[in-house]
Design a protein around this ligand. Sequence first.
Ligand code: 6PG
Length: 245
Amino acid sequence: MQIRRYQDLQELSREAARSILELALERVGERGIFTIVLSGGNTPRMLYEQLAQFPYPEKMPWNRTHLFWGDERCVAPDHPDSNYHMAYEALIAKVDIPAENVHRIPAEMPPPHDAALAYECIMRDFFSQLSCPVQDGVFPSFDLVLLGLGGDGHTASLFPGDPVLEGKERWVAAVNAPDYMSPRERITLTLPVINRASCVLFLVSGSGKKEILDTIHNDPQNASRIYPAALVQPAGQLIWYTDIM
Ligand code: 6PG
């Protein structure tokens, strides 16, 4: 677990964008494709805006980059609460990424359980077409998963105490966020999928999250019992980008 500390969210976002470009070029060079899972909430917006500014529109291999989402709220894709909507406005609408490379979660589809199944099918179809298709019973491995950290230690839409944290089968699940979160109905990637990633980048901004970040870093055993974010222990790299000193 690496922690990279920056002066502010702007510097954090700038450096994260550089790392993403580096990884994208490396993966496209190796395998001809780069798969990235976007996170929602507010923190990553500046990063997405960075990736829409010089030099990234030209330098990023957008035609070989495939966007997925770590979670989505069960709202329409043009709803202000939609994680897809935020990424579309900040990034997707501004770069030449082919529409077929943007794999959003159809979270507006009722009921949420069906939306989760639909996204799992979208992911299975995608990974089955790769040169190294995913075998039955094996979870897909994304090149990069971006995650945020909630004030209760949640990440994606994996909330404390939710049975989804024990799941060992599903790639995608429908969950009800705690009543202090809105919207409550959400779709989320599961921990086994997140933990198969080659690289996980957490983007954490704001002093209000210092205690959680310090506990996850200094007492991971105890943190794993209370904070879902501490259960993210990928096979690959785990790097925390933060402006918390
Ligand atoms: C969501 C996100 C969620 C987010 C954290 C942090 O859909 O809300 O996926 O996990 O990353 O809640 O949100 P902020 O970046 O807004 O603090």
